[in-house]
Write a protein that binds this ligand. Structure first.
Ligand SMILES: *[C@@H]1O[C@H](CO)[C@@H](O)[C@H](O)[C@H]1NC(C)=O
Ligand SMILES: *[C@@H]1O[C@H](CO)[C@@H](O)[C@H](O)[C@H]1NC(C)=O
Ligand SMILES: *[C@@H]1O[C@H](CO)[C@@H](O)[C@H](O)[C@H]1NC(C)=O
Ligand SMILES: *[C@@H]1O[C@H](CO)[C@@H](O)[C@H](O)[C@H]1NC(C)=O
Ligand SMILES: *[C@@H]1O[C@H](CO)[C@@H](O)[C@H](O)[C@H]1NC(C)=O
Ligand SMILES: *[C@@H]1O[C@H](CO)[C@@H](O)[C@H](O)[C@H]1NC(C)=O
Ligand SMILES: *[C@@H]1O[C@H](CO)[C@@H](O)[C@H](O)[C@H]1NC(C)=O
Ligand SMILES: *[C@@H]1O[C@H](CO)[C@@H](O)[C@H](O)[C@H]1NC(C)=O
Ligand SMILES: *[C@@H]1O[C@H](CO)[C@@H](O)[C@H](O)[C@H]1NC(C)=O
Length: 892
């Protein structure tokens, strides 16, 4: 059969064939003009148009009842919204024909969170978990003509508080500096919506994902999972189809068909006749197996290691009840193997080394060990209903791809992201470390809580399982280490909390995940010692053990530009430093001049990390010279904070990549990729999408081939060659150029032969700083020449803190812009020529009045002329762009 277009197949089957109907769906989303939603507060003084998907803050903002919630102090000024009780009422018409169907189901893909639901004045049920899909059988409640659906929401803040009175679970509350709300752990809602150290509290309510009425006589395919397994020269595919019918139908009869398109324009078909009894709730699963010769399949690879080949999978259920009624589900699947290898480290590192103790902790993809480069993902918007915005998701994920990231950790205080998010990860080759949504807290384990958690885990694992991008599941964020480290004063009740921890993550969640998805590792916590934590009864003595599992490491006190401060780890799944967002981004939150001071009420309000600014300041002052009396102090503080963050994460990340050689460190995911508001945070991309200097640096420090220097405690420079390619680098040459701070001509150069195996890192040579006396007069540049390596970026090393560097001169810079001819998808490309007359450190270009992006930025300039590309969708001329470009750099 020819390669099919699934849309074409559906249109033929659903529209053109006689006697066939595709299952009839009536969308209750606001785009459907046949539904009218209204939002009201408890005393009905506010009554505005409601949205589905939507929620209370965005609807009140749309109606003009409140202003932009992210401006000024609006997070606390609008908090009354979270304390009130809100009602969403929807009106729509149902036809007699609709009601001829045996089953009518009301499906909510997401309700945030505690709501009582009535249809035409009669109660149909309630919700208490925003991560659960709710399906109600509503045939008996619907009427021909107009119907009224009403969701009455309880204040999430009050609900959590009331629950905590009965089931108190530590911590008592978040720190005051968060301006947050307490007891998020009592409610199955995005934990960060009660505030975090990088974000404001917006405890929202609403119907945050789509709602639909479905009418049918047979059954619906709700979900499917796909298990792929390589056996000799074939791929074995097990597709499990999750079917649901109404409570009043106890049998599903029909034909289940599966189509899979593979290479060579071929389509495989498999089918099965079903005649099965359902469970009481109308659900049942059916399985279809298929074996495909592996020459018809191209493997899926993470970003940087190969293509992301995806294949269309389409499943139909045709039932005979009444007309031939069809339900279908489409997925794009990939074929790859992935394992998290935890084996005796001595096998890799020798049994007589410290590094050889313990277990390895690395991902093997399609049989190859891969060092995971990446970051941590927090929700893309503080309002979950806006977090599905495709443009934002796409911009962030492509930025991750462009910085050579192959893994993002979807952090446990956020949400299970949208189908679109995971589909883009599949397409971009971004592996996902998926936490379950429990973070920085102990959690209750009363029966109601466990019951809803079970449903949540089951549904979300089934929904996400087929994505090749998902690499691993983790039970929670930092809860093992929080209990061991007594973060929440739980010491006196350690045993109780430990029992509850095991009840939730081990006895409840683990068997569900492993039952649905036996092919992926379930880690109980992140960080943890992996298998070793499990052997040690789940709460290890030291969950940060460098010889086991993953670690999170934060240290704002030591000198972050010094490689020697960082402890070893098998896998760094979190590490970071704060910086401030650019002035351009801050301007979207406030324009009041009095706010633009580190000490202003506004600045304090936005900094949720205790002593956050003083840590930033201390880091800046260790390395850079920033005069408190400078008239541009605040602007410089912002700029220097970004330099400091970028250099710190560069240093730490390169330390981890270097440590692949001697510690078998196999992952570096810095904290954090994105932001939810304009505030100091650990992000590499600001709210609104502007890249911080860190994200530009990531493009370099994550480069597939990199020379990476390490200044050792003895003052020598160890030179590492890092190779993330499948082929070795042989007969290569590393050149070290020594630059005087005051000249573009190297004063000395030295070369070393270099080679390194595939997917490997090796120390190549030690460069001795020959004259310790004048180390403040020069810095080093590293460059690789190797056949078959088209590009490896320059790297640099500054022997002394830059504030002590001697001879940096004020540069003369000239910038001219030319338009490039190639233009695609409405993107305009410009070539920016930069001419300078001396060394410049951290040259930072901005074009704030243009909505566009520099390809590279934050330059250490050692060449008199160089070119940077700039892309924008704005229709501007080269001259206009040239005029709008401004720059900053570091000078003592
Ligand atoms: C109605 O509720 C709002 C918001 O909670 C409150 O500000 C207002 O005072 C109330 N009005 C009346 C008339 O009770
Ligand atoms: C339902 O149908 C009635 C009668 O045609 C019409 O007046 C009403 O506006 C419809 N309601 C909605 C929500 O479309
Ligand atoms: C199921 O398939 C069988 C064999 O192809 C066919 O005879 C039968 O009519 C089909 N039933 C439905 C409901 O499509
Ligand atoms: C250590 O490794 C060597 C060489 O692989 C092996 O001969 C020896 O038995 C090992 N020792 C222990 C204690 O495992
Ligand atoms: C440790 O092992 C290495 C490599 O197997 C060997 O060269 C070295 O002599 C050993 N050291 C000790 C102290 O056994
Ligand atoms: C600040 O001013 C800029 C430029 O006029 C404007 O675009 C922005 O919306 C303003 N920000 C706020 C918070 O009003
Ligand atoms: C800053 O906040 C304090 C305490 O709330 C208040 O007394 C002071 O007036 C505020 N300062 C400004 C400039 O708004
Ligand atoms: C900054 O200004 C204050 C007050 O004029 C002065 O006392 C202090 O010495 C100045 N500090 C520096 C580093 O110039
Ligand atoms: C760097 O340049 C300065 C100014 O030309 C000179 O005084 C100094 O000796 C140079 N340092 C080195 C290490 O070459």
């Amino acid at each position: 059969m020819k390669l099919f277009s699934y849309k074409l197949v559906l249109s033929i089957i659903c529209v053109n064939l006689a006697n066939v109907v595709c299952l009839s769906k009536f969308s209750l989303d606001s785009w459907n003009e046949k539904v009218i939603w209204k939002l009201e507060n408890k005393n009905k003084t506010i009554s505005v148009a409601g949205s589905v998907p939507g929620a209370v803050y965005s609807d009140l903002q749309k109606s003009g009842t409140i202003g932009d919630i992210l401006q000024g102090f609006n997070d606390v000024l609008t908090r009354w919204i979270a304390y009130d009780s809100w009602t969403y009422t929807g009106k729509f018409n149902v036809s007699a024909k609709n009601l001829e169907n045996a089953v009518a189901q009301l499906v909510f893909e997401g309700v945030d969170t505690v709501a009582y639901i009535e249809l035409n004045g009669r109660s149909i049920g309630s919700t208490n978990n925003m991560f659960v899909r709710y399906v109600f059988n509503v045939k008996q409640y619907l009427q021909i003509g107009e119907n009224e659906l009403k969701l009455s929401f309880e204040s999430p803040v009050k609900f959590a508080k009331t629950r905590s009175e009965k089931y108190f679970t530590a911590p008592d509350c978040v720190p005051d500096i968060y301006n947050g709300e307490c007891h998020a752990n009592q409610i199955r809602k995005m934990q960060a919506s009660f505030s975090w150290d990088w974000g404001p509290a917006f405890p929202s309510v609403g119907i945050w994902r789509s709602a639909t009425l479905e009418f049918f006589n047979g059954a619906v395919i709700r979900s499917l999972t796909t298990h792929t397994e390589k056996r000799d020269s074939s791929w074995f595919l097990i597709t499990k189809v999750y079917l649901q019918t109404g409570e009043n139908i106890k049998r599903i009869k029909g034909n289940l068909s599966l189509y899979l398109s593979v290479e060579g324009h071929q389509t495989f078909k498999a089918g099965k006749y079903l005649d099965v009894a359902t469970r009481d709730d109308g659900t049942i699963e059916a399985e279809i197996d298929m074996s495909i010769s592996s020459n018809l399949i191209t493997e899926w690879w993470p970003n940087g290691y190969g293509d992301q080949r995806l294949y269309n999978l389409l499943v139909f259920l045709t039932t005979t009840e009444k007309d031939r009624e069809i339900s279908y589900k489409h997925a794009k699947i990939g074929f790859r193997t992935i394992e998290l290898v935890e084996e005796d480290a001595a096998l890799v590192l020798g049994n007589n080394t410290t590094a050889g103790h313990g277990l390895t902790f690395y991902f093997k993809v399609n049989g190859y060990p891969i060092f995971m480069k990446g970051s941590n993902w927090i929700p893309s918007n503080i309002l979950p209903e806006i977090g599905e915005n495709r443009k934002t998701i796409n911009n962030l994920l492509t930025a991750a791809r462009d910085a050579h990231m192959a893994m993002l950790r979807v952090w446990g205080g956020g949400i299970y992201e949208s189908d679109y998010f995971y589909r883009r990860c599949d397409e971009l080759g971004i592996l996902i470390w998926q936490d379950f949504l429990f973070a920085c807290s102990m959690y209750p384990v009363d029966p109601d809580f466990l019951e809803t958690v079970k449903t949540e885990i089951e549904q979300n694992v089934i929904r996400l399982q087929h994505h090749p991008s998902i690499a691993v599941w983790a039970g929670n964020n930092e809860n093992e280490v929080a209990l061991r480290g007594n973060w929440y004063n739980t010491k006196s009740e350690f045993e109780k909390y430990k029992r509850e921890y095991i009840t939730l993550y081990v006895d409840t969640i683990k068997p569900i995940v492993e039952g649905i998805d036996p092919g992926r590792r379930y880690l109980v916590s992140s960080p943890s010692n992996g298998h070793k934590s499990e052997e040690d009864g789940y709460i290890a003595q030291n969950p940060y053990d460098p010889n086991y599992g993953d670690t999170h490491y934060y240290n704002y006190l030591a000198d972050s530009w010094d490689s020697n401060i960082y402890p070893q780890t098998r896998f760094a799944s979190e590490y970071g430093f704060q910086s401030l967002p650019s002035i351009k981004t801050m301007r979207t939150a406030t324009n009041r001049t009095e706010d633009y001071y580190v000490e202003s009420n506004y600045s304090k309000h936005r900094q949720h990390s205790p002593a956050g600014y003083s840590f930033i300041e201390a880091q800046i002052n260790r390395r850079l010279n920033l005069d408190k009396n400078d008239t541009k102090y605040f602007e410089k503080f912002v700029f220097y904070s970004q330099i400091s963050q970028a250099m710190a994460i560069k240093t730490e990340t390169e330390f981890y990549r270097q440590s692949q050689s001697n510690w078998y460190t196999m992952g570096a995911l810095f904290w954090q990729l994105n932001d939810v508001w304009q505030a100091p945070s650990w992000s590499s991309i600001e709210f609104g999408g502007k890249w911080k200097m860190l994200h530009y640096f990531a493009k370099t420090f994550f480069a597939p081939v990199l020379i990476s220097p390490r200044l050792t405690k003895t003052g020598d420079v160890d030179i590492y060659l890092i190779n993330d390619r499948f082929v070795p680098i042989i007969d290569a040459k590393i050149t070290v150029d020594v630059f005087n701070w005051s000249s573009l001509a190297p004063i000395r150069s030295k070369s070393y032969p270099a080679d390194v195996g595939p997917l490997n890192t090796r120390m190549q040579a030690t460069f001795t700083l020959w004259n310790a006396e004048n180390k403040d007069e020069f810095f080093l540049r590293f460059f690789l020449q190797a056949e078959g390596v088209p590009s490896s970026p320059y790297n640099y090393l500054f022997p002394v803190p830059l504030k002590n560097a001697k001879g940096l001169k004020k540069p003369n810079i000239s910038i001219t812009v030319q338009k490039r001819d190639d233009k695609n998808n409405g993107v305009n490309k410009f070539k920016i020529n930069i001419n300078v007359d001396t060394v410049i450190i951290f040259l930072w270009l901005e074009a704030d009045s243009v909505d566009g992006k520099f390809e590279e930025n934050g330059f250490v300039v050692t060449e008199a002329n160089f070119i940077v590309d700039f892309t924008t969708q704005d229709a501007i001329t080269a001259k206009e762009l040239e005029k709008s470009i401004t720059y900053q750099y570091y000078l003592q």
